[in-house]
Write a protein that binds this ligand. Structure first.
Ligand code: HEC
Length: 154
């Protein structure tokens, strides 16, 4: 590299750095939440969550109308989730993902919800990303509020 070329190279490097510095000053660092969340927004977010919890609560207690509306058959034995898991007892959402002996595999909470639908409940497995799954998950997590996360604990 000639002296002139080296000089030009250094110059373009310097201008690149100053351009980047200008962008950083003008645009700011990448930020996922640019605007602070307002109390009204927080309330709206909470309402969305609680709405899911309420739907999940109905499904968990075997409400036929909700199951029909969401197009799911969670049980054919007449047993609802809540009969074996009152107040979502022993659903342990805070221990997932973990090795699940019943399935002989590393499983998520959603896998286990489907296991209970298929095995004890003799129902029809639901899509892991379905509305019914999200509602059941919301209800189970909400019922276990305050539990300490212990992922992997069997
Ligand atoms: C007839 C009783 C029965 C019904 C009804 C039932 N379950 Fe279960 N559930 C079980 C048993 C038994 C286990 C295994 C317990 C264990 O692993 O300690 C279990 C485990 C689970 C677990 C995992 C707990 C863990 O830590 O491994 C979840 C989550 C769960 N059930 C959700 C549901 C949901 C959702 C429904 C309704 C769709 C449901 N269950 C209906 C008996 C039932």
């Amino acid at each position: 590299m000639t002296a002139k070329r080296t000089f030009l190279f250094a110059l373009s490097g310097a201008s690149l750095i100053s351009a980047l510095a200008a962008i950083t000053v003008l645009v700011g660092p990448a930020n996922a939440h640019k605007d602070p969340v307002t109390p009204q927004q927080l309330q709206a977010f909470d309402e969305v969550f609680m709405n899911e919890v309420r739907k999940g609560d109905l499904l968990f207690h075997g409400d036929a109308a909700t199951a029909k509306q969401m197009n799911v058959t969670l049980s054919t034995t007449g047993m609802a989730c809540a009969m074996c898991h009152p107040n979502a007892a022993h659903t342990h959402p805070h221990t997932f993902p973990k090795y699940q002996a019943q399935m002989s595999q590393f499983s998520t909470l959603r896998d286990m919800i489907n296991w209970c639908i298929e095995k004890p409940n003799q129902g029809e497995k639901i899509d892991v990303n379905s509305e019914a799954m999200k509602a059941l998950e919301a209800y189970i997590y909400w019922s276990n509020t305050g539990s300490v996360m212990t992922p992997g604990k069997f």
